[in-house]
Design a protein around this ligand. Sequence first.
Ligand code: ZN
Length: 238
Amino acid sequence: MDDTLTRLKAAIENSGNIVFFGGAGVSTESGIPDFRSEDGLYNMKYKYPPETMVSYSFFLNNTEEFYRFYRDKLLHLDAQPNEAHRALARLEKQGKLKAVITQNIDGLHQKAGSVNVIELHGCSGRYYCMDCSMAYTSDILAESEGVPFCRCGGMVRPDVVLFEEALDMRVIDKAVNVIRDADVLIVGGTSLNVYPAAGLIRYYTGDMHILINKSETPYDSCANLIIRENIGEALGNI
Ligand code: ZN
C-alpha cells in the first residue's frame, strides 16, 4: 500500500465523523458515464449540447426530445453499486461515516446500503406529476414510451434538478451542516467545477480534507491529502 493510501486508512480509522462528497466519477465504475462527456454516439444522435438538453426550458419546450435523451443517457436502471458505494455503506454501518453528499442522481449509494444520502441534484428513481404532485417510481418510464403522463392527465417529470432550476435549500442546508461538523471530509470523483460543489466544500473547517481524483482539480491546494486513484480502488482498499 502506498503512502497516501496508508494515510487515508489512518484518517478513517481515527475518525467517527467522516463525510463523503462525491461526483460523477463515483458512478463511472458502475458503467454510468458523465453525461457531459463527449462520445461519438452523442454527437450523431443529438442536435443540442447535453447541458441544453437537461435544462428546464428544454424540458418544457422539447419534452419528447428531453425524454429521449434522459432515457438514453441519464437513466441507468440496471446499474449496480461498485466498490466505492459499498465501502461507503460499510463505513456508515460501522458508525464512522455520517453522510454521503452526492451530485449523482442514480441512487446507487442507497442501493449499496447507505442511509444518510444527501442528493444535491435529486434522484432518477423518483418522479412526480406536475399537476397533482402524485409520486411515481421509474416504473412509469418502463410502462410508457416517450413522455410519461399521470392518471390525472398531467405531465410527469423526474425529481431531479434541471439546469436553470434552483437547488432545494433544505438539501443545501443539510449538506452545509454535515460538512461543517465533519472531522474528515473525503471528496471524490469530482473536479468540483459543478455548482454548488466548490462552495459547499468551503464550509469544512477541519484539517483532514482528502481529495481522491485521477486528475488535478482547481482545489488541490486546499487538500491535506491527495490520492490519484480511481475512487473504487482507493476506498475498496480500506
Ligand atoms: Zn397528476
